[in-house]
Design a protein around this ligand. Structure first.
Ligand SMILES: NC(=O)c1ccc[n+]([C@@H]2O[C@H](COP(=O)([O-])OP(=O)(O)OC[C@H]3O[C@@H](n4cnc5c(N)ncnc54)[C@H](OP(=O)(O)O)[C@@H]3O)[C@@H](O)[C@H]2O)c1
Length: 232
């Protein structure tokens, strides 16, 4: 993740020329982790990848589709995992194309709840997007990561925001390591999303300890901080 000095993951600070340099660093660091899977929440996927596109799905005459996981590709070089509980993302193809030299093409996996419509499931199947169920009405991420390992052999997952999905993982104690680029700009906004946020329906929110593993100075006064949640 990349934050301002005041812990924001979005805001005007990201529009500055200085921040662009740190966004490049973010992509390089992504590559250095050598992980074949990354995950984002529905809001981030919509903002950066489906660009708000809405599907026009026909709901009549769709036979009921069982709420069982669907693996369209278990040998992809890389996976992009979208947490989209009710099936809102307007995907039109089953992969995200590489957008810089640090990224490969990613096969899309949707993480859904059983509340999703049959029409949306039929659409995903038709275009060859894999999907897994994380729960009936709410997503249990402990179940999700187990399924990702069992069905797609994903051993290492990079969680890449936004704040609400990060907060859900924090809440279930599923974070081993935090990789944080600290951008030397204070955003100053009071109402923007921070590194970890808590959805209103999460009950267990509690402080979580992190321990410094490594710190690296970046050009132009930035820092790359690596923290782990278990002391070795
Ligand atoms: N600076 C960075 O490094 C960085 C990285 C990534 C993203 N971002 C920014 O972060 C912003 C978005 O952050 P965000 O926190 O608002 O959104 P987000 O985490 O990307 O997505 C939140 C959505 O994901 C789903 N979700 C999250 N937790 C869930 C849970 N426990 N159970 C079920 N569904 C869950 C919900 O979808 P539904 O609403 O459909 O139910 C929720 O509204 C974007 O502006 C993006 O650009 C910044």
């Amino acid at each position: 993740m990349l934050t301002s000095l005041d812990g924001k993951v979005v805001g005007d600070f990201l529009e500055t020329e200085r921040a662009a340099h740190f966004s490049d660093q973010y992509e390089k660091i992504h590559d250095r982790y050598g992980s074949k899977a990354w995950m984002c929440g529905r809001v981030t996927m919509e903002e950066h990848f489906t660009l708000g596109h809405k599907l026009e799905l026909k709901h009549e005459d769709i036979p009921p589709i069982p709420r069982t996981d669907f693996v369209a590709n278990k040998n992809a070089e890389s996976y992009a995992i979208a947490v989209d509980p009710s099936g809102k993302l307007g995907w039109t193809k089953n992969s995200i194309e590489s957008w810089n030299e640090h990224r490969t093409d990613d096969h899309i996996i949707e993480v859904l709840t059983e509340q999703v419509s049959d029409a949306y499931l039929a659409h995903l199947k038709k275009i060859g997007i894999s999907y897994i169920f994380g729960g009936k009405e709410q997503i249990n991420f402990t179940v999700v990561v187990q399924k990702l390992k069992n069905l797609f052999s994903i051993e290492k997952l990079m969680l890449e925001g936004g704040g609400f999905i990060n907060g859900s993982f924090l809440n279930e104690e599923l974070i081993d390591e935090l990789s944080l680029i600290l951008v030397p700009i204070a955003d100053g906004a009071s109402n923007s999303v921070t590194l970890f946020e808590t959805s209103s329906f999460l009950a267990n929110q509690h402080p979580v300890n992190f321990f410094l593993k490594e710190v690296e100075k970046l050009d132009d006064s930035g820092l790359w901080l690596k923290y782990v949640t278990k002391q070795t």
